[in-house]
Design a protein around this ligand. Structure first.
Ligand code: NAD
Length: 318
């Protein structure tokens, strides 16, 4: 039985891989969580999958509380009304099919109170489509996780044009409380930011294989043993900013024409205009004033070496 006296009660609708992942995130944060799945076979398996993920987290020293405490916050339901009862945040995790999501949101309109946040895990479908004419447009947003959400903290929050800003703010607060890193996506663009960045790299990787420029394994090696080493602790803007003395503006001046030609080969002729570079430069300098550039590059090198040393130490253990 779920204890509903704890500060925040959540419901997860759809107990597949993402749903169980969120159940772990919420229970780990001290929230109670009711998981709903219409499939009786799934419902039988969900508790053992949940417990297995908790045990894995515990084996890495990533749980502050015992399995029993976390399991007591968790319940499984076959009935939507029961699962939604009293929920302050509902995380929708049903398959990526518009008719399923629309029907669910229309049902939730009548089952939840107007302060309840409805968050869609959708990877591609904006809520202006999935929640159209369902009655929950003002309290719904996309909250798109990585997979699994308990190991990848970023979560993209994408409101639609009708979403109440107070709902967005509250969702941001709740995911932060749950140990996640919420980011705002200000427009309902397809793929949001996560999959757009992933897509840009995948498109080029496919093109390189098609053109016979490199093998699949070698391209994976370039990311795993190259680009990805820095990306475990900083993003592409910080990487470029630290790669060239003078920061990102200098990087754009030196490398911009070459990147522009590479884009042109793929049919992308968009430019890094002086205004765009100035905007990026201003945001970066607000994060890292120029006089701290040397210290930060030393920090980057230290981060890379720490990870290298940890990987070497692991190798000798294995
Ligand atoms: N898998 C990923 O890598 C990933 C990453 C981020 C976001 N997402 C998104 O998360 C959502 C769920 O994806 P998943 O990979 O967990 O799918 P999944 O197929 O593993 O799980 C979906 C679950 O929903 C249940 N379900 C089906 N119809 C339902 C209904 N009407 N009401 C309640 N439950 C229902 C199914 O029984 C199943 O257990 C999708 O929108 C997907 O795009 C997936």
């Amino acid at each position: 039985m779920t204890d509903r006296t704890t500060p925040l009660h959540t419901a997860v609708i759809g107990g597949g891989s993402i749903g169980i992942g969120f159940a772990v995130v919420f229970a780990r944060a001290g929230f109670t969580v009711a998981v709903m799945d219409p499939d009786p076979i799934r419902r039988e398996i969900i508790p053992s999958e949940f417990a297995a993920k908790l045990r894995t987290l515990a084996s890495h020293g990533l749980l502050q509380e015992s399995l029993e405490v976390l399991e007591a916050r968790f319940a499984v339901h076959g009935d939507l009304a029961e699962a939604a009862l009293g929920a302050q945040l509902i995380q929708e995790c049903v398959p990526e099919r518009v008719e399923l999501k629309q029907a669910l949101f229309a049902s939730l309109a009548g089952l939840t109170d107007e302060k309840c946040i409805i968050a869609s895990s959708s990877s591609f479908m904006p809520t202006s489509v999935s929640a159209k004419d369902t009655g929950v447009e003002q309290r719904i947003l996309v909250a798109h996780p990585g997979n699994p959400p308990y190991a990848i903290p970023v979560i993209e929050l994408v409101p639609n044009q009708l979403t109440d800003p107070a709902i967005v703010q509250r969702a941001h607060y709740i995911y932060t409380q749950a140990g996640m890193s919420p980011v705002m996506v200000n427009k309902e663009i397809e793929g949001f930011v996560f999959n757009r960045l992933q897509g840009a790299l995948l498109r080029e990787a496919y093109a390189l294989v098609r053109d016979g420029a490199a093998s699949v394994d070698d391209i994976d090696t370039v990311v795993r043993d190259g680009l990805g080493r820095r990306w475990t602790f900083m993003g592409p803007f910080e990487t470029a900013d630290l790669n060239t003395r003078g920061g990102i503006a200098s990087h754009a001046e030196k490398m911009g024409p070459s990147y522009h030609r590479m884009g042109g080969e793929r049919g992308d002729t968009s430019e890094w205009t002086p205004e765009l570079i100035a905007q990026v430069e201003a945001e970066r300098r607000a994060m890292l004033p120029s006089d701290q550039w040397d210290d930060r590059t030393a920090w980057r090198d230290d981060q890379l070496l720490r990870r290298l040393a940890a990987a070497e130490a692991n190798k000798s253990v294995l």
